[in-house]
Design a binder for this molecule. Structure first.
Ligand SMILES: [Zn+2]
Ligand SMILES: [Zn+2]
Ligand SMILES: [Zn+2]
Length: 166
C-alpha cells in the first residue's frame, strides 16, 4: 500500500467515474469563486464545463465550436472565448498547455504551487502533478531569480496506452 498523500493525485490516467469527477471539480470551482468573490458568469461557467468534459486539452477554436453548439441561437465570437479563458487561467481553474497550444481544466482548483503536466501522446490525456518542492524553482531562488511563470510539460505514454501498445 502506498502512503496516503495529503494532496489529491490526478485521476486522469486511471479508470474512473468521470461524471463524478466533473461534478466534484465544478463544485470546487464554484466554491472557490464564491470565496474569492469573483464572478463565474454564465459564459465562464460554460467554457469551464466544456473543458471539464474530458482530461484532454482543447484548443480555443474547439471550445468555440462547442460553445456555438450549446448556444444555437447566437454566433459567439472568438474574443468571448478568450476572455472567459483568461478568467479561468487567472483564477487557476484552467491551465494553458503551451506545447499543444491548448487549454485544460485544473485538477485541483486553487492550488498555489507550480504545476507539472504529464501529457500522453497516445490518448492525449493530461495529468497534473502538484510540484510542492521543485528543485528547479528552489535552485532559481538560490540564484536570486524570481520565477513568474513555470510550466513543466512532460510528454510520453500513460500506463493504459503502453499496455495497448500505442
Ligand atoms: Zn475525470
Ligand atoms: Zn492546476
Ligand atoms: Zn494514454
Amino acid at each position: 500500500m502506498q502512503a496516503k498523500y495529503n494532496t489529491r493525485h490526478s485521476v486522469a490516467f486511471e479508470r474512473h467515474d468521470h461524471r463524478h469527477c466533473q461534478h466534484q471539480l465544478l463544485s470546487e470551482a464554484k466554491a472557490l469563486c464564491t470565496k474569492r468573490n469573483t464572478r463565474l458568469t454564465r459564459r465562464r461557467l460554460q467554457v469551464l464545463e466544456i473543458l471539464l468534459r474530458s482530461h484532454q486539452p482543447m484548443r480555443a477554436y474547439e471550445i468555440l465550436a462547442c460553445l456555438n453548439r450549446v448556444e444555437s441561437k447566437t454566433m459567439i465570437a472568438p474574443p468571448i472565448v478568450y476572455r472567459a479563458l483568461e478568467f479561468l487561467l487567472d483564477e487557476g481553474l484552467a491551465h494553458r498547455i503551451e506545447s499543444r497550444n491548448a487549454f485544460i481544466s485544473c485538477d485541483r482548483p486553487g492550488h498555489q504551487c507550480a504545476a507539472q503536466f504529464l501529457i500522453c501522446n497516445g490518448c492525449e490525456k493530461i495529468a497534473e502533478l502538484e510540484n510542492r518542492n521543485s528543485t528547479v524553482i528552489s535552485e532559481a531562488a538560490s540564484l536570486g531569480f524570481s520565477v513568474d511563470h513555470a510550466v513543466v510539460e512532460i510528454s510520453g505514454h500513460c500506463a493504459e496506452c503502453r499496455k495497448n501498445g500505442s
